[in-house]
Ligand binder design. Structure first.
Ligand SMILES: Cc1ncc(COP(=O)(O)O)c(C=O)c1O
Length: 373
């Protein structure tokens, strides 16, 4: 059997990783500023992660949600405390799309409504509901195309009056990732909160990419001082172990059977989630994301061929005056640095929250030399 060929691949096979360094099968070393697409939050093969995951696997790796899994409560308590949302409840899933899917369902159950507002350039995942609120017709199958979704202009307050009492939910990324590292302005998020309060639509902050400390606050919307009705997470939550979650405001009540999952919240996933939060706290990674992120952003000011730097903390979009493809390839193949991209001209950095200034400097020197070439 062959693989269903949906991914264009780089001819690189990674066999080892530590912190923000990865090695391919020929022993070539690379710096990883992409984190496997914002997934590696505390660093590859962090020693605490390896030790505690191995121990957990030796004890018990999986059982379903029909028994007590104390790691779930520990995770909810820790996440509530570190994010400042102790009064919210947590539903555990396996991915970002699934988190958004469940948040949309909860908004619809709660309001009894069907319609949803999303925004231009939004990306929320590929499952039925998540892809329907994603602004990319080429990945929406006919079965997922629906009249229920309206796309309004991201970051534009004019037009938010189109959110009405017919809407179950408004879903928005605090910082658009796939859309090119576009930061939702504080005023926009505050206006959204206000309009949702006026209409009863539930405000969902998709924090799958911009959450978990990456922005320099636990959630990027916290710069705007708003409280969403739900937040969705995944990616860095398990540092590579697939897991996601929905943080749910207290007015939305649970009942048996309302939501469910076979794998969500299993023993290994919870252990991964708990270690990530322990390390984020012990190593002050949210503060580090802010510090190193600001350092990189400031250092890029006045850089040749860079027209704009967007983002917050360690979610950085570098807008170039030239196509990003060749720059990204030169960084990878000549400088041995993994970066991401968005659109045609944006280089995207989504590194581990633990990177230090030495790594940042190495990237800045490499980018300067690639752009000069
Ligand atoms: C903002 C956002 N939401 C949702 C998703 C979907 O997450 P997953 O691929 O884990 O389903 C992504 C993935 O890139 C994302 O960036």
């Amino acid at each position: 059997m062959k693989l269903f060929d949906v991914y264009p691949l780089y001819p690189i096979e990674l066999v080892k990783a530590k912190g923000s360094t990865v090695w391919d099968k020929n022993g070539q070393e690379y710096i990883d500023l992409y984190g496997g697409h914002a997934v590696i939050s505390i660093g590859h093969s962090h020693p605490t992660y390896v030790a505690r995951m191995s121990e957990q696997l030796t004890n018990i790796g999986f059982y379903s949600n029909s028994i007590i899994i104390s790691g779930q409560e520990a995770l909810a308590e820790k996440l509530g405390r570190l994010s400042g949302y102790s009064n919210y409840t947590l539903f555990l899933t396996n991915s970002g799309a699934e988190s958004n899917e469940n948040a949309l369902k909860l908004a619809s159950f709660y309001t009894g409504r069907k319609k949803v507002v999303s925004f231009t350039k939004a990306f929320h995942g590929r499952t039925a509901g998540s892809v329907a609120v994603t602004d990319n017709p080429s990945i929406v199958a006919p079965i997922n195309s629906t009249e229920h979704v309206t796309f309004l202009h991201f970051n534009q307050i004019d037009g938010l009056e189109k959110i009405t009492e017919e809407h179950a939910a408004v879903i928005v990324e605090g910082i658009q990732g796939v859309g090119g590292i576009q930061v939702a302005s504080d005023a926009f998020l505050q206006a959204l909160r206000k309009r949702c309060d006026e209409t009863g639509a539930q405000l969902i902050l998709d924090s799958v990419q911009c959450g978990y400390g990456r922005s320099g606050k636990f959630f990027s919307h916290q710069f705007a001082g708003i409280h969403p009705d739900m937040m969705t997470t995944a990616k860095g939550m398990g540092n590579g172990f697939p897991m996601g979650g929905v943080l749910i405001a207290p007015h939305i009540q649970a009942s048996y059977g309302l939501l469910g999952t076979t794998f969500g919240g299993n023993h290994l996933a919870c252990l991964a989630g708990n270690v990530v939060l322990d390390v984020i706290e012990e190593e002050n990674l949210v503060q580090n994301a802010e510090k190193i992120g600001n350092y990189i952003t400031k250092s890029l000011e006045g850089f040749q061929n860079v027209t704009e730097v967007r983002g917050r903390g360690l979610m950085i979009g570098i807008e170039l005056d030239q196509p990003v493809g060749p720059v990204r390839d030169a960084l990878l193949f000549n400088e041995h640095i993994f970066c991401g991209y968005a659109g045609k001209n944006t280089l995207r950095l989504l590194p581990s929250l633990g990177i230090d200034q030495k790594i940042a400097d190495r990237f800045l020197e490499s980018l300067a030399s690639v752009l000069k070439a």
